[in-house]
Design a binder for this molecule. Structure first.
Ligand SMILES: C[S@@+](CC[C@H](N)C(=O)[O-])C[C@H]1O[C@@H](n2cnc3c(N)ncnc32)[C@H](O)[C@@H]1O
Length: 367
């Protein structure tokens, strides 16, 4: 189709003419980027107003039915359904709306409550600090922290001073871990492992999942005092107190417990500087028995520095909030740190899920 005024094609993307050389410029790919914040707000509003739950319970519904069901003015339901449908979150057929197949699968598979926790995390924790991205790039500091109450130069010391934010953080983190940890649970070999140390283990989400998936494991979760309180409650609720112990401490300042077959750093190396990551690997090396292994589980960037998209976008959070040096590092950088810390047999384990998570492992050579 052509624009009758300019004679230029109008589909599939809006085209403007470059005034310098008269050539058409396709700006269509800019639309989801320019309006990225608005796309997120469409999803958040649908989540907060429970649109998908309504459509799941009531079946395909008209706009007026959605308006009545969600107690919205009809004009608001129209806006919301236009947003969710054009983003592929709902689909429209014969005047009725239904969740898209992706959303339906997420709801049927029990994943939707995890996504809702993550939407909450993005909305209440990451969103405002993200406005400081350019400033954080300029100064090299996590400038978004100014949007959080309390004092201290990293997110975790701030969370310890704000109980509601700490709960929100651990609920979101727990959901990120549940969605991404199948690679850790099922693609790593635990046959020769009995004692596992989970450094910065948070609310014990991975420890509990590992203990359930591998009944021979005995796990120690090590984290700051505030997190260990949550972890102890979760371990007790899971009935795993005989197999998971929880130790409070600072991974940089306090001695790590030792005598382990595997030391795990889950979602940890994205927080700290290369120097700190190397220091943590040295500490892990000391905590391991000869022949033991270290496993680093988090998202990774490609070695060529070009992607993936998830890593690139998630890096806005890492630049603005957790700590001054936090970022998602490349696979090859992890390999260099493991080698420098004295580990051998370094192996990449890639996840085939929708996130760029994986595990990189190394072995402490036998004495
Ligand atoms: C991104 S969360 C990851 C939690 C968990 N491993 C997971 O994958 O869900 C980082 C964890 O590191 C902990 N942490 C941060 N600084 C720490 C320190 N100096 N010593 C011990 N733990 C620390 C935080 O309390 C938090 O639980």
């Amino acid at each position: 189709m052509k624009n009758p005024r300019t004679g230029l094609p109008t589909d599939p993307h809006p085209v403007v003419v470059n005034p310098a050389d008269g050539k058409p410029v396709d700006l269509g790919p800019l639309v989801p980027v320019l309006f990225g914040f608005a796309a997120f707000q469409q999803l958040r509003a649908a989540s907060e107003l429970q649109l998908f739950e309504y459509l799941t319970l009531n079946g395909p519904s008209t706009c007026d039915q959605v308006a009545a069901g969600l107690r919205l003015p009809p004009k608001s339901a129209r806006k919301l359904l236009l947003g969710t449908t054009s983003l592929g979150l709902t689909e429209h057929e014969e005047g009725r709306y239904a969740p898209s197949p992706m959303l339906r699968d997420a709801i049927d598979g029990g994943v939707w409550p995890l996504i809702r926790n993550i939407i909450d995390f993005q909305h209440r924790l990451s969103y405002l600090p993200a406005m400081e991205y350019a400033e954080s790039l300029r100064t090299g500091k996590n400038e978004g922290l100014k949007h959080l109450p309390g004092s201290g130069g990293d997110l975790y010391s701030r969370l310890e001073q704000a109980l509601d934010l700490e709960n929100l953080f651990f609920r979101g983190m727990n959901s990120w871990s549940e969605l991404s940890n199948p690679v850790l649970l099922h693609q790593v070999d635990y046959a020769g492992v009995r004692d596992l140390l989970d450094v910065g283990g948070g609310d014990a989400v991975n420890a509990i999942a590992l203990a359930r998936a591998h009944p021979h494991l005995r796990i120690t979760v090590f984290d700051l005092e505030g997190a260990t309180e949550v972890a102890r409650d979760n371990v007790a609720a899971a009935g795993l107190e005989d197999r998971i112990s929880v130790v409070a401490g600072d991974m940089f300042g306090d001695p790590l417990p030792d005598g382990f077959d595997l030391v795990l750093f889950a979602h940890q190396f994205v927080i700290w500087s290369p120097e700190q990551n190397r220091a943590l690997l040295k500490r892990a090396h000391e905590a391991l028995r000869p022949g033991g292994r270290v496993a680093v589980f988090n998202a990774f960037a490609d070695d060529d520095g070009c992607g993936p998209l998830y890593t690139a976008l998630d890096n806005v959070y890492f630049a603005t909030l957790p700590a001054e040096e936090s970022t998602i590092y490349r696979w090859s950088e992890h390999e260099d740190w493991l080698t420098a810390a004295g580990f051998a047999d370094i192996t990449r384990v890639r996840s085939d899920g929708w996130t760029p998570h994986g595990v990189i492992e190394g072995r402490k050579p036998d004495a």
